[in-house]
Design a protein around this ligand. Structure first.
Ligand SMILES: Nc1ncnc2c1ncn2[C@@H]1O[C@H](COP(=O)(O)OP(=O)(O)OP(=O)(O)O)[C@@H](O)[C@H]1O
Ligand SMILES: Cc1ncc(CO)c(N)n1
Length: 309
């Protein structure tokens, strides 16, 4: 386990739903935190009966019990960083926000999970406003995918210009860094997975690009990505470095899983991909406003920044 300069073990808390299939949600989060050498804890918001073909059923956890889990963890073990995933309802969002405010949590990553890849809703529609109003102002980093960014902004995101507008608009809710993940982009540059980062402080866009692995085993990529960012923020990495290392880790996790036989549908990624290797780390501090590509285990400045998603 990694230790802080003061000597204590680095700890991170995930507040999310359980995926019985083990590829997304709490299970992906804890596997990822562990892989990054960070002690993982959890507060479960909902139970899903889920596999690589979809979500068969959901049991919500009462907001009062989510609160109890959070209090149990934060009053004893504490957390150097926290992430949220599936929050299920507005009730749970308000509860989570109240507790995180009371404990003055540092380094909050909000993954605004709304719909599973198979189409099952994981957040009640009336909860979208609560997410923006209560949790975004507490967040260090928010990581919507394209459909989530569309739902949060209320307009379609068809190209790079739309994605940049959405990132800037979402930052208006008081978010220092917004990452619009391009995993869902079907057109534009089908061979690349392009993520757009907006930094409110410098008001700049940075793009991170990797080849798109030709695989349908991408269940839980968003959970894995946001957990890796959380682990790295807990370890004290700068946000842009954390995001780049997380993207490289997800690429490797998808790449490793492309030939495996876990489930017969949209399989999970392989969380045993190397996390503590210098390969994930950009060679020099990333500059806000530039474009970088991760290819063949190395980050380099992108000679031709992406023109599309
Ligand atoms: N086929 C792929 N090859 C390479 N990178 C990918 C691929 N699919 C997604 N990614 C990357 O994975 C990360 C997560 O993005 P994605 O848009 O898939 O999240 P998500 O939709 O929230 O995932 P999920 O809902 O399954 O948890 C991003 O960095 C994205 O660029
Ligand atoms: C529990 C849960 N959280 C998040 C996702 C999104 O991948 C999912 N499919 N299931």
């Amino acid at each position: 386990m990694f230790r802080q300069p003061g000597g204590h073990v680095v700890r991170a808390l995930t507040i999310a739903g359980s995926d019985s299939g083990g590829g997304a949600g709490i299970q992906a989060d804890l596997k990822t935190l562990h892989q990054f050498g960070v002690y993982g804890m959890c507060a479960i918001t909902a139970l899903t009966a889920q596999n690589t073909h979809g979500v068969q059923d959901i049991q919500a956890v009462p907001a009062s019990f989510v609160q109890q889990q959070l209090e149990s963890v934060l009053t004893d073990l504490g957390a150097d960083a926290v992430k949220t995933g599936m929050l299920a309802s507005a009730d749970i969002i308000h509860t989570v926000a109240d507790v995180l405010e009371a404990h003055a949590v540092q380094h909050l990553v909000v993954d605004p999970v709304m719909v599973a890849k198979g189409g099952a809703p994981l957040l009640q529609p009336d909860a979208v406003d609560a997410l923006k109003a209560r949790l975004f102002p507490l967040a260090a980093v928010v990581t919507p995918n394209l459909p989530e960014a569309q739902a949060l902004c209320g307009y379609p995101i068809r190209d790079l210009a739309d994605a940049k507008r959405a990132a800037r608009d979402l930052a208006q809710s008081g978010v220092p860094i917004v990452v619009i993940k391009g995993g869902h982009a079907a057109d534009g540059r089908p061979n690349d997975a392009v993520d757009i980062i907006y930094d409110s402080g410098t008001q700049t866009f940075t793009s991170l690009v990797s080849p798109r692995v030709p695989s349908r085993k991408t269940h839980g990529t968003g959970c894995t990505f946001s957990s890796a960012v959380t682990a790295l923020l807990a370890r004290g990495e700068a946000p842009l470095t954390a995001i780049a290392m997380a993207k490289a880790f997800v690429f490797e996790a998808i790449d490793r899983a492309k030939d495996w036989d876990v489930g017969s549908g949209h399989g999970p990624t392989d969380h045993t991909a190397p996390a503590n290797t210098s390969l994930l780390v950009p060679p020099a501090p990333l500059q806000h406003g530039s474009s970088y590509v991760y290819r063949d285990g190395t980050w380099t400045v992108h000679a031709s920044p992406p023109a599309g998603l």
